[in-house]
Design a protein around this ligand. Structure first.
Ligand code: ZN
Length: 301
């Protein structure tokens, strides 16, 4: 029997570029287009956030205008109703919004309580639904927070309960600072799938402590089929101390490919794109397959 396909969402344009020094718009567009040309079907391309808060993404509208939008769903992160209006104007396919499970992280991130953020998300959802657009909620610090420590799944259940009551039905469980371990990921996913059988769940994992790929596998074995990742493993959260990169897109793709689990993108093209990104950024990226090549690549004796 053929394994069920895994859907990868590339977050290089948002989670990645927000953590870098300024990257020229034409370089951003070229890298994103290379990822799309490799066959990735979902891209979080940028964020309609205030240019004062995140100057690295002040060219969001230009990026959306210039990327090749055929054969891909384009997603942007939005922080508020103003961002939602930009998203509707730009006619993106979906938007992502974020609330932290941790009160402390949420306050640091957006200076709101969790309940205030949930009220804002409900308002954004009404607006986006009137435009026929899907809203996904990223639950930052799902597994633990650098200010409050690790926690039990009940805290996540409570936040999802409040959001489903407002009509939201698609959630990214985000390990914002790479605190989760594989057993925790599988127990959280099992519990949330049992409590919310009808909502969409995906995983957004950071490799801060080297547990990224193990957590991807734990999530897969618990039934998750949607994962975020970024080219070369760049990215992080500007409002969380010690936050580092996402799981690398090409490493995640390579792992699933080696396990005969179908994915959309072409690995050689992803690796070439990661190497191009390394040139653009000018430092060694954390991705590993981009350095070693695929397991099945043979070397001359
Ligand atoms: Zn992230």
């Amino acid at each position: 029997m053929e394994n069920e396909k895994v859907i990868l969402t590339d977050v290089t344009g948002r989670d990645g570029f927000q953590m870098e020094d300024w990257v020229e718009t034409e370089d951003k567009v070229r890298i994103i287009n290379e990822i799309i040309a490799a066959g990735v079907k979902r891209i979080e391309a940028t964020s309609f956030v205030s240019p004062r808060a995140v100057p690295q993404l002040k060219d969001a509208k230009e990026v959306i205008k210039q990327i090749n939008r055929e054969n891909v769903r384009v997603i942007t992160l939005i922080p508020n109703v103003r961002g939602a209006e930009f998203a509707l104007e730009s006619d993106v396919d979906e938007v992502n919004v974020v609330v932290s499970v941790s009160e402390t992280h949420n306050r640091k991130n957006v200076n709101n309580t969790v309940d205030e953020s949930i009220a804002g998300i409900a308002e954004i959802n009404r607006l986006m639904q009137s435009g026929g657009k899907k809203v996904n909620v990223g639950l930052a610090t799902t597994f633990g927070c650098p200010f409050e420590g690790l926690y039990e799944v009940d805290r996540v259940t409570e936040v999802i309960n409040k959001l489903t009551a407002k009509g939201l039905n698609s959630f990214m469980l985000a390990d914002t600072t790479g605190m989760a371990n594989p057993l925790q990921v599988s127990s959280f996913v099992n519990s949330l799938k049992a409590d919310f059988p009808d909502v969409g769940l995906s995983l957004h994992l950071h490799n801060t402590r080297g547990m990224g790929l193990a957590n991807v596998l734990a999530g897969y074995e618990a039934g998750i089929r949607n994962f975020d990742a970024s080219l070369g493993g760049i990215g992080g959260c500007p409002f969380a101390p010690g936050a580092t990169g996402n799981v690398a897109l090409e490493d995640v793709a390579h792992m699933f490919d080696q396990m005969n689990i179908p994915i959309d993108p072409d690995l050689n093209k992803l690796i070439a794109a990661a190497r191009d990104l390394e040139q653009v950024l000018g430092y060694k990226l954390p991705g590993q397959v981009m350095k070693a090549g695929q397991s099945t690549d043979l070397h001359q004796v």
